[in-house]
Design a binder for this molecule. Structure first.
Ligand SMILES: [Zn+2]
Length: 359
């Protein structure tokens, strides 16, 4: 018991330290200063971009006011980075600023844009750049007329507009546009347990049990149990970022499963029980990486955290009888012996964060 108390304390302390460093930025943004994903040479950019685009995107130039082709665009669709296709803004975020450049009052969530100080031309401004390719977009000002108070002043030349009817996957874009909702897929051993925990966390909208990370399409539970589909048992969590955060989701994750045992959780053994995070964007990756690094650095667990960080590809929902398993089967021995203690641990450590109206 003494051991458990000190363990909990260290974990919470460590988590506190992480929150302090990882969530210090506003608007769910984190500093991506070292996370440029596309790294092309100058010659490659010159070849790919038009002369004017190169001047703006790569040499931090500014197009003449009222000259850009997207200034008056009012069509429905998505504004992407002209250099790399990163989805930056949606039509509903655009407003008429009369400043001569396309203006937006917020960005599509997920750390797609990063900011840096720009003291050029004798002015003190905040430059905005694409977090994926590092391309210069424009500047961010605090004089926006909408409730966000922000004005993203962007060069038309830095943007490529894609009308909504052209978008192949309208559903996922609409989800992105709803900047408060995010999704994460996690494998922490038996999905019955993990699902039951997240159902209790305030801010979680839905949790589904399923399979991810393998080679077989639409696998059955039986196939996954046989252990050669490559899939992990996972839960897919849709959550409201106004009430919880990806940091909190991960904190809960690292509290309710053992991230140090290779392909095993307690008595459950096999590749399907591996500890894995399927991240959907750079922000999720960075936050997870920071937490894992800190857990290891502070030796919160006696052994190193071996949770895998893999890019999300596909989620296959498990058979209906696996959904809400704990809620329906509370009296079964596995639920009492394995799941109940995890829920109690969660309720103790995240007392203030348990949903008030459990359904
Ligand atoms: Zn870009």
């Amino acid at each position: 018991m003494k051991h458990l108390v000190s363990y909990n304390f260290r974990l919470l302390l460590c988590i506190f330290l992480i929150s302090f460093t990882a969530c210090g930025q506003s608007n769910n943004k984190i500093d991506h200063s070292d996370s440029t994903i596309i790294n092309k040479s100058d010659a490659e950019w010159k070849k790919q971009l038009s002369k004017d685009q190169y001047y703006v995107l790569r040499q931090k130039g500014t197009e003449a006011p009222y000259s850009g082709k997207l200034l008056l665009n009012k069509e429905k669709g998505v504004y992407k980075c002209a250099a790399c296709g990163n989805e930056l803004f949606a039509d509903e975020m655009k407003f008429d600023s009369h400043c001569g450049w396309p203006s937006f009052d917020r960005e599509i969530a997920g750390g797609k844009i990063k900011t840096q100080v720009d003291n050029s031309l004798g002015m003190h401004r905040t430059e905005i750049i694409c977090s994926k390719c590092g391309g210069h977009l424009g500047h961010l000002f605090d004089d926006g007329p909408t409730e966000t108070g922000k004005r993203y002043c962007v060069n038309s030349l830095s943007l490529e507009f894609q009308p909504i009817q052209d978008l192949q996957d309208k559903a996922s874009v609409q989800l992105n546009q709803n900047s408060n909702i995010d999704t994460i897929t996690l494998g922490g051993g038996c999905y019955w347990c993990v699902e039951a925990v997240y159902e209790m966390l305030d801010g979680v909208k839905t949790v589904e049990s399923g399979y991810s990370g393998g080679k077989v399409e639409n696998p059955s539970y039986r196939e996954v149990c046989m252990g050669n589909t490559g899939h992990a048992e996972v839960v897919q969590i849709i959550f409201d970022q106004r009430k919880t955060s990806i940091e909190e989701i991960f904190k809960v994750f690292f509290t309710v499963h053992d991230p140090t045992t290779y392909n095993r959780q307690g008595a459950d053994e096999g590749e399907q029980y591996r500890s894995v995070i399927f991240y959907r964007n750079q922000q999720q990756y960075d936050v997870a990486k920071a937490i894992i690094d800190d857990l290891n650095k502070n030796k919160v667990y006696p052994n190193p955290v071996i949770t895998q960080l893999n890019p999300f590809k596909t989620f296959y929902k498990a058979e209906d009888y696996h959904q809400d398993y704990y809620a329906i089967n509370k009296n079964k021995p596995y639920c009492k012996l394995v799941i109940q203690p995890k829920l109690e641990k969660f309720e103790k450590l995240f007392k203030e964060r348990v949903k008030k109206n459990k359904n």
